[in-house]
Design a protein around this ligand. Sequence first.
Ligand code: FAD
Ligand code: MG
Ligand code: MG
Ligand code: MG
Ligand code: MG
Length: 555
Amino acid sequence: NGNRGHVSHADAITSNSIAHADANTSKKKKVVVLGTGWAGMSFLKNLKNPNYEVEVVSPRNFFVFTPLLPSVTCGKVEARSIVEPIRNIIRKKNIDVSYCEAECIRIDPANKKIYCRNARTSMNANAKRGEEFAVGYDYLIIAVGAQVNTFNTPGVEGNCHFLKEIEDAQKIRRNVIESFEKASLPNLSEEERKKILHFVVVGGGPTGVEFSGELRDFVNQDVLKLYPTVQHLVKITVVEATDHILNMFDKRITKFAEGKFLRDDIDVKLGSMVTKISENEISTREKGSDKPTSMPYGMVLWSTGIGARPLIKEFMKQIGQGNRRALATDEWLRVEGCDSIYALGDCATINQRKVVEDIAEILKRADTDNSGTLTVKKFREVMKDVIARYPQVKIYMESKRVKDFVDILMEAKGKAAKETIELSIEEFKSALSVADSKMKNLPATAQVANQQGAYLAKCFNRMEECEKNPEGPPRFRGTGRHRFQPFRYRHLGQFAPLGGEKTAAQLPGDWVSIGHSSQWLWYSIYASKQVSWRTRALVVSDWIRRFIFGRDASG
Ligand code: FAD
Ligand code: MG
Ligand code: MG
Ligand code: MG
Ligand code: MG
């Protein structure tokens, strides 16, 4: 290994000082990263500290730009344009990184080891496959993402398409084209053609909505020319269990999307739960009725949410986290109940600290004269630290549209006496516990995974400092110079492409924009977010090709 033989000046100095500190740690610390998705890749791209030996373990030897997966399903973008080989990324790093194509099947935190199995089915029948091997680590970074959640609905596995991996998008594309070819055969009845061309999308979240829009565009722009005899038989249905599609977005976006789908002749069935899917029929139960209805379909995309992978479920049991939705970490992304293990992205969730848990300590610091009350001046001082440490307080203040927390406390008392009044500690407590109720889990998005990867890499880049503060930063501002900030998410906004060159954008500060202009914003942001110039060039040329020549309907 070329990297390992080379000792730079900086390396020599650090390994020297480590050697002085402890003779046993002169070897590079080994960091094992599980996963080559958004979180793992972001960590890798941002890691600069040469004092580690990094080993990436993942069954997938490429990164997928998931926001463009729906574009692959109908041929707007080619599959190879949105993937980047992991070895291309590693090649560009000048730190010690290697890759191992395998799936982690078990974690042994007591012995700091993981167990892996080669993931690829070999062409050679004699080749040994699936043999287990162990990999030791000093630090383990779990970024294995999540898997599709079927909610144990009968028939989903086996009859539905999913849209999670690049192979899924390719399969959907082949199936869409196959449906049109099949429906164009001469020996079919009108009913049979209609059934084949009934596309059902289960789940009105961003993925399901975007796929419906893509499919509608494909039908309007290309099917019209390529399969003119069957175009009028196409039906697209979106089945959503709640009262609205895109319900994680602003109400204005939801309303616009529902209106647009109505005009586009996409049938949106709200308050409708899928109970069963057989080979030919999909059964649903409408809200407020217990009689299931069913409809024939040609193809179903199941896109209702994600759940934990078996590896993570098993690991949670092992470390006493029980049966949770995702692996719990603290705000520094350290897995709770483990040593030297970090988790980020879709497989993990941050246990945010409640203010109420620390209230005694906060009060002790604030109420210096032990009077049981606080002056407004003192209270404001305390709040500065509280706001910095507990993000839910800021969210609460924003929701109340106040800049000064005192205003919230004054609601009952009347604002006249604001600067002179004394605040009772009970009032203080109850106002902060309301703030705690505003805590929300971060969404399972690439944006979160990407920021977490970059944050953790920064921690590893400054690990020497971090290790001096093993308990994380002191809880309050102004104490200690080597503060290590907890992870803070910065929401940069969210897009919902709706088809017809229209996109809804929800940007920070309640800013909503819908239409062609946000579609162009979408194009430019997604071009700029590509991991490499190679994929950027491919994606942009795919867009141009589609504008000029339409979609490719072979396959
Ligand atoms: P992933 O990116 O899923 O990566 C997990 C990695 O772990 C993979 O490389 C996998 O092969 C590997 N792995 C799995 N099991 C093991 C194992 N046992 N051992 C080792 N490695 C393993 N988010 C947005 O912010 N904006 C969007 O527009 C958007 N659009 C999306 C569209 C679609 C169709 C989908 C499916 C998702 C979209 N997302 C979007 C969500 C986003 O893709 C995820 O939140 C993000 O991928 C999470 O990153 P991750 O690294 O946690 O997991
Ligand atoms: Mg990952
Ligand atoms: Mg990914
Ligand atoms: Mg994913
Ligand atoms: Mg998460």
